[in-house]
Design a protein around this ligand. Sequence first.
Ligand code: TMP
Length: 264
Amino acid sequence: MDFLKPRSHRMTRRRRIYEGKAKVLYEGPEPGTLIQYFKDDATAFNAKKHEVIEGKGVLNNRISEYVFQRLNDIGVPTHFIRRINMREQLIREVEIIPLEVVVRNVAAGSLSTRLGLEEGTQLPRSIIEFYYKNDQLNDPMVSEEHITAFGWAAPQEIDDIMALAIRVNDFLSGLFLGVGIRLVDFKIETGRLWEGENMRIVLADEISPDSCRLWDVKTNDKMDKDRFRKDLGGMIEAYTEVARRLGVVQDNEFARAEGPRLVK
Ligand code: TMP
């Protein structure tokens, strides 16, 4: 369906500020704003695996909009201003802190591999990890020592980032549990937002099934990017189900994407 196809040809007028693996940032309409465009590209293992999954960007835009708006509503500072269209959001320009901040509630993924923990093991408490955001180096895990020694963030900023990560985890765990989904782990990025002389750490980037592990409470089915990483199939169906449960898409809204269906 055409409405799910990327419309990058329309963007050529705008100045492109940055292109990542799943998103593009364009110059915004006012100083201090940017437009965040969600692509359909799915990558894993530092882009060694790549596929275009039609409609993924539309779903992530909607899911991330919902999550960021809910966080804004409860006073968690974020870069999100509003969604503009199917694939774009208006955001505040922030100075991205070069860290991927992972919060884990249940053992999975690289934690399971590193420490030999069975996937699905409840952790004794939530664990925060930092990874240095650097594709050439494969986003290596780092400690607070590395972060402060190399000046990626100051000690006070690390405290702020951890407090933000815990608030996001507490809120999102409840939000997802309310719709029958277990928040196993997730990754966030943060940025410095300058307001005159004052600087605040705010939540940036996106929160979507690309950046979270989401398991169905009853069946333990994976409803996130692990479907792509592990070649399980059904990625769009899973993302659509997450969106449907959160109430951000109507039951039949994305049915059109599957093309004409035989009416029996
Ligand atoms: P991991 O178990 O592979 O370290 O991933 C932890 C969480 O972070 C998981 O929810 C997926 C997310 N994540 C990203 O969003 N981007 C990445 O590049 C990686 C490696 C993980």
